[in-house]
Design a protein around this ligand. Structure first.
Ligand code: ATP
Ligand code: MG
Length: 434
């Protein structure tokens, strides 16, 4: 759906956020009607918010498809046995499990991650080296799958709005390979895909691929950290070389990368993505093998790749906002244009309706503030438009149509221009190309 009228939208904007909500992202998103707070760390995504999530999902989906990954959806209920061989059911490290029981006392865990369920499932489909020999991206070989899934985690703190949820949407991907070499080759491809994802989301300039702990760190775990005041992580930056190092591995990294510790800049950051190389350890623990060319049993190599979809939305809201509200980048804005009609004359209503249809026909997504002046005064409409934060506002008024003109305002710069309709269309189109 490319169009929506404010009078049809059930959500309302609000001047204030709930007092207990301290994070900027949630305050703005709640006030503008993107999300609903059910409880701390648990948010519903309303029509506007869902549109943003879907834009983010589309970008991630396109880039994952590009590296040969196939979309599926795993289950939210997971039997205890699946996690026993790798000792993660009772692992203190996984302190975020929500666990429950069936009526017959069978123990279940609610999905916090899916490495073990994926491996267990793939055991059904992978028996020979041929099953792991399909080309994925370039010459890299294996099986790659991904999903967008609501993960449930019993997080101790949930004070960062949608950046840390107890229920949140993750894109998790898993790749299976017949050798470490195949895994490494594909891992590089996904790294490149991740760089493209964060670029397209508008976070490229501030996102660093960092070395994180977990195995031999230079090789086995990478995080994508976005510089952000509201972030819970600490990062050391060499901005010139575009290198970021997580605090936890600082000393090791300084040594192995030859960095000058005194020159590094300490910043707050949020982990928007995480990629992890498990090697063959999990398959060995779980007893999951394939048979190679010589009829020998070999363990499957596994890597996993996460992106915090709702966290990315929160980081974007934090970074692209000002005292008036949200300032969405074009790529993830729920609509491109906020169309405001000022005055209740028939001429204005007719002009707005015609423009609304024309924009929509050209594939330009519009949110039309069609409220009459009793429902909302001009000042309130402008304030709502700034709070909701679409990239462009078009204003139609009696005075403007008398001169065959429209006013086009850029949310980011705040600049307004009075233009003819064709000029407005040209401007919106050039902007898509750029
Ligand atoms: P963190 O250190 O922030 O708790 P994590 O290491 O537990 O993250 P992963 O298990 O690797 O995260 O999950 C993959 C991605 O999911 C993370 O990079 C992050 O973007 C996102 N994510 C993790 N936990 C949450 C959460 N509670 N709320 C929102 N997004 C999350
Ligand atoms: Mg965590």
């Amino acid at each position: 759906m490319n169009l929506m009228q404010i009078t049809q939208l059930f959500t309302k904007t609000s001047k204030t956020a709930p007092a207990e909500e301290t994070s900027k992202n949630a305050q703005l998103l709640l006030r503008a009607g993107y999300i609903h707070k059910e409880m701390a760390g648990v948010y519903a995504y309303l029509p506007l918010g869902l549109r943003v999530l879907n834009k983010i999902r589309t970008i991630v989906r396109e880039e994952m498809n590009q590296v040969g990954s196939q979309e599926l959806i795993m289950t939210n209920l997971q039997p205890r046995e699946t996690w026993e061989a790798t000792r993660r059911w009772d692992d203190a490290v996984v302190d975020v499990w929500f666990k429950t029981k069936l009526k017959d006392e069978t123990e279940l865990g609610l999905a916090w991650s899916h490495e073990e369920p994926i491996l267990k499932m793939m055991q059904k489909y992978v028996s020979s080296y041929k099953d792991l020999g399909r080309e994925l991206a370039g010459s890299s070989k294996g099986i790659s799958v991904y999903q967008f899934q609501t993960k449930l985690r019993n997080e101790l703190r949930a004070k960062a709005g949608i950046m840390r949820g107890r229920e949140f949407v993750m894109k998790d991907a898993y790749s299976l390979h017949s050798s470490q070499a195949d895994l490494d080759e594909y891992y590089e491809k996904v790294k490149e895909a991740y760089v493209r994802i964060f670029d397209r989301l508008g976070l490229g300039d501030d996102t660093y691929m960092t070395f994180a702990s977990g195995g031999a760190f230079t090789k086995f775990s990478h995080e994508f950290q976005t510089v952000c005041e509201a972030g819970e992580d600490r990062l050391y930056l060499d901005r010139e070389q575009k290198i970021g190092v997580n605090e936890e591995v600082l000393d090791d990294a300084v040594e192995s990368l030859g960095l000058n510790k005194d020159k590094l800049e300490k910043v707050k950051s949020a982990e928007v993505g995480n990629i992890f190389n498990f090697g063959s350890e999990k398959a060995e623990q779980m007893g999951i093998y394939y048979t190679d060319e010589n009829d020998q049993k070999q363990p499957i190599y596994l890597a996993s790749y996460g992106v915090g979809i709702t966290r990315a939305m929160g980081v974007i809201a934090e970074k692209f906002s000002d005292e008036k509200g949200l300032v969405w980048p074009e790529a993830v804005a729920p609509f491109r244009v906020y169309l405001v009609q000022i005055g209740d004359s028939e001429g204005v209503a007719r002009a707005a309706d015609a423009l609304y249809k024309k924009l929509t026909q050209q594939g330009i997504e519009v949110l039309w503030d069609d409220r009459n002046s009793k429902a909302a005064r001009a000042g309130e409409k402008f304030a709502d438009s700034e709070l909701i934060g679409l990239p462009w506002r078009i204003t139609i008024s009696e005075r403007l149509i008398a001169g065959n003109k429209l006013e086009l305002t850029n949310r980011g710069t705040g600049e307004s221009e009075v233009l003819t309709t064709p000029q407005v269309f040209d401007k919106l189109k050039t902007d898509i190309i750029n």
